[in-house]
Design a protein around this ligand. Sequence first.
Ligand code: FEO
Length: 598
Amino acid sequence: MNITKDIKYIGVNDKTIDLFEGQYIVPNGMSYNSYVIFDDKIAVMDTVDANFTHEWLDNLSDALESRQPDYLVVQHMEPDHSANILNFMKAYPNCCIVANTKTFAMIENFFGDAASSFEKIIIGDGDTLSLGKHELTFVFAPMVHWPEVMVTYDSFDKVLFSADGFGKFGAIDVDEEWDDEARRYYIGIVGKYGQQVQSLLKKASTLDIEIICPLHGPVLKENLSHYINLYNIWSSYTVESEGIVVAYTSVYGNTKKAVIRLCDFLKAKGCPEIKIYDLARSDISAAVADAFRYGKLVLATTTYNADIFPFMKQFIDHLTERNFQNRTVGLIENGSWSPLAAKIMKEKFSTSKNITWLNTSVKIKSAVNRENEEQLEEMASELCKDYIALSNDSANKNDPSALFKIGYGLYLVTSNDGKKDNGLIVNTVTQVTDTPNRVAVTINKANYSHHVIKQTGVMNINCLSVEAPFRVFETFGFQSGRNINKFEGYNVVRADNGLVILPKYINAMISLKVEQYVDLGTHGMFICSVTESRVISDKETMTYTYYQSNVKPKPQTEGKKGFVCKICGYIYEGDELPEDFICPLCKHGAADFEPINN
Ligand code: FEO
């Protein structure tokens, strides 16, 4: 088979193999690719598996016709490509092996003394070898998939010989989609080495590539961006497709019932794709590849020997050893007397980066009961939240909590009524223009600070940093400056306008002079010029989200019925929250309360 006018394919198909690399089922066989580049000099690119010595040497001699090869380029020493180095050198003893130092060390390990007589060219990363018109550049690609791996670029035909990269399971004469078997191959074999593949892709992006010649699977000549894009997704551990993988083990069918029920709920809620794997009866490499393909994973298993069921244990090991990350995971556990599975499963991901655990988990004690049904539906709702919200038919298009997603910072606004200093926490500071600099600050008219600033026309914005403790919010946010001196006990510092700078817990201070006032009904917006601005520290700014997650104490809602203030944690006990209710602590209205779910 001609790849270009000067490059011929001389690889072989293996239709008899049961397990590739001793573990991967390959129902459509496997190809071991090898190529010859013809020029003034002739280079052979890699050999093939030990079971195909004669078929490959025949392919080579047919391609060569009566010519003799000059070089054997060894890109990778795994035996599916290197097993015939010695046989090749016996057939072509005047040929020279082109490889790197690590490769030659491995050749010696595999072939012993027989390797000592081989003629060698030891190349370094980026070195070139001229065959005539064709100049080969060797690019080291360590750990894609062994440490000695290199790829080779032929600038004349614009061909990248990519070693194991861009390979797939399946013989080369099998007509099947590339993506699925290439993904199962990549995730299984190279999945752990995403960072190294990213480095290789970066190097390859500087080359003008028209053809990719891998060591397994078809030669890629068209639509190369499709394959490169998939490699970029896989090696950066990003989500390739929307959908949910549900992987389970079940001993007597009860856990399976929960999985089926969950999948019914998922379908009803518009999940675009559900992949279900019974781990005891599935090809585990397909389950692993899909866990990396989709963004969400549900694991369901039983407690077993004070551990988890063996197939689940093995499955999670396969994920974590391949650097599983950046995914949402939900857990369903079953245990008749002492359920431990959820805890153990979670612990097994302890070193995995950026795993988002579902808030909902399901604990089955033997068989699925009514409470489990509710948990399963809740889990499906949580998993499908974005699918529901992105569907024009099912989305709640009037959800006021969307506004909380706006990235607010938190600020202490200081002012002075002529008798004492005052301070107020707001999240409504925005720079609105930069020439001239204008900053808008919006304050509830009910707050004493609104009254003071309206009178005086000046304020300081103290940008709170993530160091600010909850007591700062209690002091300045949950009480009125009309009645008390909020700065009592503080050793204050003053800006040039005479107003207070909070001496701790801020990363910047900006003094403002009011230029314009906009009446917004309940609130007033002050549009101000900047009279002074100081950077105090490099600490991160305190955002509303950070405050909610890390600073605000968890409200003690256990055993209580009613509503809790999302701002300060105040609990209103009662069946219904009056619409005009104002939080007595932080003065936020009923919209900032949520029901207590115990
Ligand atoms: Fe196809 Fe890593 O050998």
